[in-house]
Design a protein around this ligand. Structure first.
Ligand code: SF4
Ligand code: SF4
Length: 430
């Protein structure tokens, strides 16, 4: 069999071949730092995955399942690896085998259904918003299982800017400054809404549309789009993710307009649709779709972005793993912050490490998730920002819940919301 065909047949496992066991990745791995156990490190898990591929261990082996389940999938081990190991691809292949060998835990199944099933998820999000508006989740926030979930919900509430103009309505942006008001050639961008972002963070979509409009984009809504499938891929359900991907390909069509995403987790998977649909009839359409996907900060950075009015705010930027490690996007968010005069970025030593959210991880591995979050909360207490900015719904909720539980008086916000506040203060939305 030709070498390429062999690699294809091995799926993501081939990406692990270059590991030379040097151990440079160990100190970048939050779960290894939490337990000190080699089997909770990238190097140890790579050995488990290799044994799984060779058939020396089975996919229902409790030791394999325990240590691969405890991986966040944060890919913090990839940028520090001198051999270029594609850890994330190996993990996805291993999780697909595990998912085929044992039923998904009931909690993961229930959460996936509640958060991503069209119809059902609409009802779940409506109930969550109704509870959120009472303010009760904020009072109940704490470190216990229920308290943490309440803190997560409380952290989805809109804060900051008072007026809510500029939402996408009827398929078009109605933010005050239109693309033609700017001395920039107008460009069309298609908004990817996602499931959790749309259900609980529609105010971030509104801010995204307004900020892009100021920068010369005409943002258009796309009917028929569905969940990206990232939560399914994390759970090993790649066939379910492929079905969602095919629906998104059909909804967004074959044009060449950029597809703008403000959730790092969704963006990372949407940019992998080519790989996800590899060996299927939709492979080349998936690759073309993936090439159009842009994080909102990438589109804004491509236009400057236009500077706003000063915001006298201390901000700790916590880059989501799926933006920094999976998409390798570091500079565009910083460029965006520089467009906000006076805003002060405060550094924290572990900003580049995972917060412990990781899709459904915070629900199904609460002990490890809180252990990973704890040092970050301690760093934030010391840095004392007013706002912790991060561009992913899971991170916004996880960090927000941690801040509330630790009684730290800072709120989480999406970076684009800060630019939106700055533009509002500058009078762009008059
Ligand atoms: S994954 Fe990379 S950094 Fe980690 S042990 Fe293997 S070669 Fe070394
Ligand atoms: S993906 Fe994250 S948690 Fe998993 S091995 Fe790599 S650094 Fe550790």
């Amino acid at each position: 069999m030709p070498v390429d065909a062999v690699a294809e047949a091995r799926g993501g496992f081939a990406a692990l071949d270059s590991c030379v066991h040097c151990g440079f990745c160990l100190q970048a791995c939050p779960t290894f730092l939490a337990t000190g156990d080699e089997a909770d490190s990238p190097r140890g898990r790579i050995e488990l995955m290799r044994a799984l591929e060779r058939g020396e261990l089975t996919a229902d082996d409790p030791y394999v399942v325990e240590h691969l389940d405890r991986c966040l999938g944060c890919r913090g081990c990839e940028p520090v690896c001198p051999s270029g190991v594609g850890y994330g691809h190996g993990l996805e292949a291993a999780r697909e085998l595990i998912a085929a060998a044992r039923p998904l835990p009931w909690l993961a199944r229930a959460a996936l259904a509640a958060l991503t099933t069209p119809g059902l998820s609409g009802l779940v999000y409506a109930l969550a918003r109704a509870l959120r508006v009472t303010g009760i989740p904020g009072w109940l926030a704490g470190w216990g299982r229920v308290g943490f979930a309440m803190g997560m919900l409380a952290s989805t509430a809109p804060t900051g800017g008072k007026r809510r103009n500029g939402a996408v309505r009827g398929g078009r942006s109605h933010a005050a400054p239109t693309a033609s008001d700017r001395p920039l050639p107008p460009l069309t961008a298609l908004l990817f809404r996602g499931c959790i972002m749309d259900g609980l963070f529609s105010h971030v979509h509104d801010a995204t549309v307004r900020a892009l409009t100021v920068n010369g984009y005409e943002v258009t809504d796309v009917p028929g789009q569905v969940c990206c499938g990232a939560l399914h891929v994390h759970a090993g359900l790649r066939d379910a993710a492929r079905a969602l991907a095919r629906r998104n390909l059909s909804a967004f069509g074959e044009g060449d307009e950029p597809i703008v995403v403000n959730s790092a987790g969704c963006g990372a998977l949407l940019k992998q649709y080519g790989d996800l649909l590899d060996l299927t009839p939709a492979a080349s359409a998936g690759a073309r779709f993936a090439a159009r996907v842009r994080d909102v900060t990438e589109l804004l950075a491509a236009r400057g972005p236009v500077p706003g009015a000063p915001l006298d705010t201390r901000v700790a930027y916590d880059p989501p793993c799926h933006l920094l490690h999976a998409q390798r996007i570091a500079e565009p968010p910083l460029q965006m912050f520089r467009a906000i005069p006076v805003l002060q970025l405060v550094a924290t030593p572990d900003a580049a490490q995972c917060c412990g959210s990781a899709g459904l991880f915070t629900l199904v591995q609460p002990g490890m998730s809180r252990a990973v979050l704890a040092p970050k909360v301690a760093s934030l207490r010391e840095a004392a920002p007013q706002v912790v900015a991060t561009g992913n719904p899971g991170c916004l909720m996880q960090l927000g819940a941690g801040l509330r539980a630790a009684r730290i008086p800072a709120r989480t916000r999406h970076p684009v919301e800060l630019l939106d506040d700055s533009y509002r203060a500058a009078g762009y939305y008059a």
